[in-house]
Design a protein around this ligand. Structure first.
Ligand SMILES: N[C@@H](CCC[C@H](N)C(=O)O)C(=O)O
Length: 281
């Protein structure tokens, strides 16, 4: 029987099973993610991450959600992939600048921070945000997608749709940590307004430089952190005039520093990545 080695990693508690050694995404990647990500019958994770060869960058990262669907992009996973690529010796040791290709954001430059030769933090160029973008149908005017009204089960909400390569629906509320994600997450994720479904972020702004965010992820449910969600939150906060272009976004699993640069229009995310354990199946 064939044995495959894996590495369990996490970025702010958003956890992944990382596989390396395939020359392309396997055809059964979705089925494998469903089996391995299961927290009772498998290894347990929010997603399955493949570190693959790239013709345009140092490596390619592909991410399959725990429900078996592929996501275009994942902020926490790309930091984990960067640490994996360096610390496992896939590039020369001590090299601080890498490029990683994703299907949602193309070639993404990343900058590594080291302690005792090991990566502790990663700054990722997450690309240019798109207002609306693939988050909403083409029939909705992108200019109107800031604080767009939506009624779900009698609750009147307003959301800002931002694509960071993957779709996000950002909702500003009074008490994000108090939101019942299980009640509202699935209804918003699968709402007919979002053609490719959506990640859902509830956000409470604490100051112009700090917001609390809770997330219900498309294809994974409630996770402890979402990097692309934190980026979408910052962009939505700037567009709504409530956040500065650089802010800390506090998630259940910890904080991310997000910057939306005025000059190049790109979003930069900085945060940690860690190994958890190794195994085989
Ligand atoms: N946890 C992620 C996003 C993972 C993909 C997402 N569930 C989707 O389907 O778009 C992050 O850190 O960005």
């Amino acid at each position: 029987m064939k044995t495959t080695n894996f590495t369990k990693m996490q970025g702010l508690g958003n956890d992944f099973i990382v596989l390396h050694g395939h020359d392309r995404l396997p055809e059964d990647a979705g089925a494998l993610a469903l089996r391995l990500c299961d927290r009772h019958f498998g290894v347990g994770a929010d997603g399955l991450v493949f570190v693959l060869p790239s013709e345009r960058a140092d490596y390619t990262m592909r991410i399959i959600n725990s429900d078996g669907t592929e996501a275009e992009q994942c902020g926490n996973a790309i930091r984990c992939a960067a640490k994996y690529i360096h610390d496992k010796g896939l590039v020369e040791q001590g090299r601080s600048h890498l490029t990683i290709e994703t299907i949602g954001a193309g070639v993404q430059p990343v900058v590594l921070t080291f302690e005792e030769g090991r990566v502790t933090a990663v700054r990722v160029d997450m690309g240019e945000p798109v207002l609306g973008g693939l988050a909403v149908p083409t029939t909705v005017d992108a200019e109107k997608i800031v604080e767009y009204p939506l009624t779900v089960d009698g609750r009147e909400l307003r959301f800002t749709a931002v694509s960071m390569g993957n779709p996000h629906c950002v909702i500003f509320v009074d008490d994000a940590p108090g939101e019942d994600l299980y009640a509202w997450g699935p209804k918003l994720e699968t709402h007919e307004l979002f053609p490719r479904k959506t990640n859902v972020e509830f956000v409470t702004v604490r100051s112009r430089g700090h917001a609390d965010m809770r997330v219900w992820e498309r294809g994974a449910g409630p996770t402890l952190a979402c990097g692309t969600g934190a980026c979408a939150t910052l962009v939505a906060g700037v567009l709504n005039g409530v956040l500065d272009r650089e802010a800390a976004v506090s998630l259940k699993g910890g904080d991310l520093l997000i910057e939306w640069n005025e000059e190049d229009n790109r979003v930069y995310m900085t945060g940690p990545a860690e190994f958890v354990f190794e195994g085989s199946f």
